[in-house]
Design a protein around this ligand. Sequence first.
Ligand SMILES: [Cu+2]
Length: 669
Amino acid sequence: MENSIKFKRIYFLLFGVLALLLGGFNYYQDQNSSKQIFYDSEFIRSRMIVCRTPQAYKSTANFFHINSSADSIVQVDHPRYLEAGKSSSLPLILDNDNRIPAGINQNNRLDLNLEVKWGDFRMETPDRPGLKLVAIGEVGKQATIPAPLIRIKTGTSIHAKITNTLLDSTITVYGFQKRPYKVTDSLFVSPGKSAEVVFEAGEPGTYLYWVKLGRGHKIEGRNSQEDDQLAGAFIVDPMEGSPKDRVYVMNIFSNRNDLEGASPKWVESLTINGRSWPFTEIVKPSVGDVLNWRVINASDRGHPMHLHGFYFNVLEKGNTAESTIFSEDQIREVVTENMRGRTTMNMQWEVKRPGNWLFHCHLSFHVTSGLRLPGAAEADPEGTVEHMAGLVLGIQVNDGESDLISKGEPRKVKLFANEGDENRIAFDLKRKGKPKAFKPGPLLILKQYQPTFVTVKNQMSEETSMHWHGLEIDSWSDGVPLWSSSDGRSSPIIKPGDEFTYKLSLMRSGTFVYHSHWDDIPQLTKGLYGPMIVLAENEKYNPDIDHPYILGWKSPNPGSKEDLDLNGWNEIPVQKAKKGEAHRLRLINIGPAGGARIDVTKNNLAIPIKIIAKDGADLPVSQQQYFEKTPRIFVGETADYNFTPKESGTYKMRFRYMDYNWIQTWEVK
Ligand SMILES: [Cu+2]
């Protein structure tokens, strides 16, 4: 017995060393990888943007792997890809709109009988291709993605039974315990076995529960992203009940196709309530409605969630174990909120104008039509132009007055999208000029409330469309082709040689970004984006103390720092400043993926800087925190900081973007 434990320990150690070596090798490969198609990039995958599990999680998986080897395990072959119209003889996995809670709920007691089982899942429509997946269902019913909704009032006692019907994998169930909790007390269920647990609901809040496959169905040491769809909402309502809401759960499946030489090589399913755009729910509110959305990121990866056209309030953030309901002065007003892996948020927003809007993950790789399964487009009606797929919700507001106001003389701006050699594209305020180097579009300095008409003249050989990110705007100017529309007008695809004039409404002063919303990954990485500063009515722009820093990618498949960009700079200019002078740093992240942050040092000592705005919304004083290292902002987020050097001398301002640093020297007199 002792010997066998010792042997397992040695085996575990050896495995660890091997994993490290392999990890290093993979990294080396990343740096030298040739240009593959963008959504198959090792660089992207290795940074958790599309696929891969953090090291810590990997070692737990390995631990369970070893642990579960005590059981007799049959390796089951599971080719994942399901052709359109062909069933695998497994039962169908249904989508779940999270309107009807699971179980039998009476007399403060919920009886829940769940099982984990294989099924056929079609994330678009029944007549399009799908995947063979493992999912959770109530016994006697079909399994669903997301897993069945658990929704009870505080004080309810939950009697749960869960059965593992898998032959080849143990399961561990997380979240079946009283909330909040600090120590995870998970349920471990062997193949073919059941487990039962009784626990109390606990504190009201938005949580999730999920199942981890012990052995998993993985190939060559690469973890599948299979667990991410074995998860559902767990909501505890207060005794008096909650305001009317909707629950949206994001799940991901992503894995190499199992069998050697299989085609396609990768198969993925990114869904909200079990559907991938454009087959997700279309929300149809009216102007004046206040919407409460509980958004649950059941996946292991982060998603910066962006709402078009409106700000939303973040009322609560949580995870599997606990949740924080914010007090009045903690509630944040944003257009993009990053949700880390396996976290939840309760958001509220008011519908203020008609039109078609989107709520979506801003990681381009999570919303590209490149995610669709092979053959999916074959069932599209003739003439359909593929645009986005994956983590996108539609919002259609058909009636009502607009809240937008404008003051003063209209202003006209013309932006020329010019094309140079070697795929270089750049925006310019001038008609001519082939771009010679990568550069983001020009800084647009705009005035609050001034009606501003921006004509985008497409001088490229490809189509485009522009989105005015963060602006409260008419839907027809929002720039999502085939979707944005209001007042009988819509945002077009701007064809080569054509132009289109967008009307910008400028409801608040702050930091914004414009970017292509068409063929996003190639166009963003060619530079079709730029910064916008909206000044208050009597504010003047002073470039000596006001600094936009816009970060993006120069390649859809970056392999080094040279493939990333800060302000189009080859060399970073030295910044001159006076002591005691307040500088505004406007950080904008508009790469297809990745996070960015700032820190400032003097003589290697950290100089804290203060956050003053987020996504163009000024922060209340209670939220103006100082940071030695600012939190990372993600794709589609902007953050403004105040930096006031107190002493003369040399300061180092470091921009950390993905794994790389840019350092700007500040000479302060
Ligand atoms: Cu995402």
